[in-house]
Design a protein around this ligand. Sequence first.
Ligand code: AMP
Length: 114
Amino acid sequence: MEKTLFEKICDREIPADIVYEDADCICFKDISPQAPVHLLLIPRKPIPRIAEGGLGDQALLGHLMLTAGKIAREQGIAGDGFRLVINNGPDGGEAVPHLHIHILAGRQMQWPPG
Ligand code: AMP
């Protein structure tokens, strides 16, 4: 099966501005930022989208959430606040079929989201 764009970033086949990585996940700057801080946190395992995560992914998904908080603290955005977004499927606005958490910060977020 062909690698997803984000697998290629994990494998350093496509360049990215990486801000964090560990054995299970990697976080890099979004190429088209929608806020002053816009990061993408992805598992190295190519789970296509959150609706396709399985019970075997429980620890990994928990790790991603905790890591999002850790990155927010490290990036200095935890105090003022930030938003985590996961787009799933066409109506959710998903463009890349490799699970990713958007970490957005640096401006007042609106509600409801567009
Ligand atoms: P989504 O619409 O939730 O699937 O989000 C995909 C995100 O990937 C978008 O915010 C894009 O700007 C971002 N993106 C696409 N290609 C790259 C890339 N090569 N490096 C970093 N971010 C990318």
